[in-house]
Ligand binder design. Structure first.
Ligand code: FES
Length: 131
């Protein structure tokens, strides 16, 4: 076994598992019904790059966490049928601003891009629209 590869693999596994666990916690916190799926729902990669958006201060936004929304990066309710158990990440910004919202859905700082889209798992993925 090549020990030099091991830390990189562990890091990528954490990158995959972290958002999935966060999605489960967010789903259970935002719903009165707690779901116990046998397999956790997985986000699909909506985009391999972030979305630059202008946000209005004080307005409530719902960032898509499942990747199925047709109104990326925002939720259109697709998670209800395509990824039951997942829920959008709701947020408010204090004042008008321009931000980069994550499109890959694997950011560790939702809803904002943190550069995670640069890992091999994301870069080499086939997008749903490419299949
Ligand atoms: S688009 Fe997801 S981390 Fe950048």
């Amino acid at each position: 076994m090549n020990l030099l590869l091991r830390p990189k693999l562990d890091s990528e596994v954490r990158t995959w598992i972290g958002p999935t666990l966060k999605s489960l916690v967010m789903a259970s916190m935002s719903s009165s019904k707690v779901m116990h799926p046998t397999l956790p729902p997985e986000a699909i990669i909506a985009s391999k790059t972030p979305f630059k958006v202008e946000l209005v201060g004080g307005k409530r936004y719902s960032w898509c966490t499942c990747g199925h929304s047709k109104t990326q990066p925002f939720c259109d309710g697709s998670h209800k049928t395509k990824a039951p158990g997942m829920a959008p990440h709701r947020f408010v910004v204090e004042k008008d601003c321009t931000v980069w919202l994550c499109g890959c859905k694997y950011t560790r700082n939702p809803p904002y891009c943190d550069g995670t889209h640069n890992i091999d798992f994301i870069k080499s993925a086939t997008l749903a629209e490419e299949k």
